[in-house]
Write a protein that binds this ligand. Structure first.
Ligand SMILES: Cc1ncc(COP(=O)(O)O)c(C=O)c1O
Length: 472
């Protein structure tokens, strides 16, 4: 690759510096000191194909749901179908201004209304907001609703939220951000809620109980109806972290279990991009008594006409700009329409089948702390092998496959948290199990050097987390 020396024309530079329009004196801009003024510019002289190949190569260094199996438990990296992307890119949607008057945005409002209705009906709730921009923001929105509801019934002394120790970290964070203190209760050996601990923790200070069902251990809470009695009996609300809706959609619903509110992670169930806290979507559905606390506006339909409704007097206010992350809502709507009720229920069954397939194949290789049927994901521990979860994950990455989530949930030592989703093929899952088997046979010395095939070896993960560089 040759470089050619592009030299600025000194005369041209001086003309620019002294011309009427750009004169330093006239604009009062400080002159750039000579010492740091660039006199020469070295530009690579490369052919188009070199440039294209360079950037295509860089893009291929990124692992993605489009390039391979992505068994990241809890985060759920589903394949994002291209027809939904195409729809999101359709200019009739993407060029629509968010402030377009409702009479000129009937199609968009219809999409939102139908998605609201679908989420409402499939969760067994009564009303929905599409506004929250991520799952965690859906939790936060729900916690604000809990607070305002408690104030409205004269129970504002209720300032505690009870959360099991298997919960996603965003649950206690959302509760704390909404001004509550959190009370953690332990899970039992089988991953389920310790009912005695719940009875001990609950009091007239409890505002709500937050539970993820199925839990981050992939376990369905079989005592859910008993939990409902305990929590409602104490005058508190029941919040369902529905991030794992993929494991129950079409089979059961939070509303049937007596819950008051639920958030959905559209990326985890309806194949939208995750959004990394940015343009994601975490709609919330509530029972009738909480409807008037929802963020506004919501989409309503009168006759054949759709409009935006701003009338709830107790609304917590806005939690997102405009009407939420419309492009993601559109993708989820397209997915829901494309799959239909039967297709979505089939997804649920396949996601559960796949998690149990991997779980069964890993039995005897790793320790699986929770016995019995799993739902959408399986948590295994490498403790019985003497290997560290981190090393096994690095071996998997080195072999060209994305690693599962590791060291989460915190209650399982040396955890590998695997979520194949309904998209995984038997070949992908068998290959994954083979890599785990290989990893635990490799001598530690060699394993500690992994990955060796990638552009980056072992990163200093503690430093990366503590000394973040958020710009470059
Ligand atoms: C159980 C659970 N709750 C909450 C969240 C938070 O969702 P988000 O990452 O969209 O903020 C996740 C993450 O996907 C999750 O797995």
């Amino acid at each position: 690759m040759g470089y050619h020396q592009a030299t600025y024309d000194e005369r041209l530079l001086s003309e620019i510096g002294s011309g009427n329009t750009y004169s330093v004196e006239k604009t009062n801009r400080p002159e750039i000191p000579d010492g740091i003024r660039r006199k020469k510019l070295s530009l690579p002289d490369v052919a188009e194909y070199d440039v294209i190949r360079h950037y295509v190569h860089l893009s291929q260094m990124n692992y993605s749901v489009d390039t391979g199996f992505y068994p990241l438990g809890s985060c759920t990296m589903k394949y994002n179908p291209k027809f939904a992307d195409r729809m999101a890119g359709d200019q009739r949607f993407s060029r629509m201004h968010p402030l377009t008057a409702p009479e000129y945005a009937q199609g968009e409002l219809q999409v939102m209304y139908e998605l609201q209705e679908f989420l409402r009906a499939s969760s067994g709730m009564d009303a929905v907001t599409l506004q929250p921009l991520a799952g965690a923001q859906g939790e936060y929105t729900s916690m604000l609703i809990v607070r305002k509801y408690m104030e409205s019934i004269g129970e504002s002394r209720r300032n505690e939220i009870i959360i099991p120790d298997s919960a996603h970290g965003t649950n206690p964070a959302s509760a704390a951000m909404a001004g509550f203190s959190t009370v953690e209760i332990p899970s039992k050996q089988d991953g389920k809620v310790d009912l005695d601990a719940l009875r001990d923790a609950i009091s007239d200070r409890t505002a709500a109980f937050m539970i993820t069902n199925p839990s981050t251990l992939g376990v369905f809470e079989s005592n859910i109806l008993e939990i409902e009695k305990i929590v409602h009996g104490a005058g508190a609300l029941l919040y369902y972290d529905g991030a794992n809706f993929n494991a129950i959609l079409g089979v059961t619903a939070p509303g049937l279990m007596g819950f008051d509110m639920v958030h959905f992670n559209l990326h985890k169930t309806f194949a939208t991009p995750h959004g990394g806290g940015g343009p994601g979507a975490g709609p919330v559905a509530v029972k009738e008594k909480l409807r008037e606390f929802l963020p506004l506006p919501v989409v309503v339909k009168e006759g054949k006409k759709y409009s935006l409704y701003y009338g709830y007097r107790n609304s917590i206010g806005r939690v997102g700009g405009f009407n939420g992350s419309f492009i993601n809502l559109l993708r989820a709507w397209a997915y829901m329409k494309f799959k239909g009720d039967d297709g979505l229920t089939e997804n649920t069954r396949k996601a559960v089948l796949n998690a149990n397939y991997i779980g069964r194949k890993l039995e005897g290789i790793l320790d699986i702390p929770t016995k019995g049927l799993k739902k959408h994901e399986v948590v295994a521990s490498t403790r019985n092998t003497g290997k560290k979860a981190l090393d096994v994950a690095k071996y998997i990455i080195n072999s060209g496959v994305h690693a599962p989530t590791i060291y989460f949930p915190l209650i399982v030592p040396e955890a590998l948290m695997i979520e194949p989703t309904e998209d995984a093929s038997i070949e992908d899952m068998d290959n994954f199990v083979r890599l785990v088997e290989e990893a635990i046979k490799i001598p530690d010395e060699e394993l500690h050097r992994m990955p060796v095939n990638l552009s980056i070896g072992r990163a200093d993960e503690v430093r990366a987390a503590r000394a973040m560089k958020l710009h470059w």
